[in-house]
Design a protein around this ligand. Sequence first.
Ligand SMILES: [Fe+2]
Ligand SMILES: [Fe+2]
Length: 185
Amino acid sequence: MDQFTIPRPGGGDIVDLITDDHRLLEDLMRALRDETADRAAARASFAEVLVAHSIAEEESVYPRLRRKDVIEEDEADEGEEEHAATNECLLRLLRADVSATEDFESAVELVAQILNHHINEEEISILNPAQTETPRDVREQLGAAWTARRNQLLDEGCASREQVQQLVDAAYEDGLLPNDDQPEG
Ligand SMILES: [Fe+2]
Ligand SMILES: [Fe+2]
């Protein structure tokens, strides 16, 4: 592809894997801000990593940490709500015209604000207990499950405008986003 090729780790400790992916998302946000970068290519990689990363957390990590009582239900719910809010901002970014610099940059700023908040919360309230309250073999099992799902989603393609629209619609239906500010059309 290009400079924004997405790394595909094959496994490891879930805490290391997720934090490495957070740093990758931060690097991609830097590229989105950089007017000399290929912003369209950076946006495509950012969207794919973000969606694959989050769905794999919701399906393969949060429920298992809940079952083991490593995290509370509130923490898992908050994580899902923040993913939904991030996807809604991602949709706006995907709809923005890269050449309409001001619109594009304000969409970048919005998604960065929500995502930076989520990364901070997740590293503190989910990854810290995962690190201190689960043994290494469990962290590696979680790492294998998360990478398998993430890589499958990346292979299939998971963040077209239509796919992200479907995720946002489903989040409204599930009550993960407040219904009163649902945008028109
Ligand atoms: Fe994450
Ligand atoms: Fe997350």
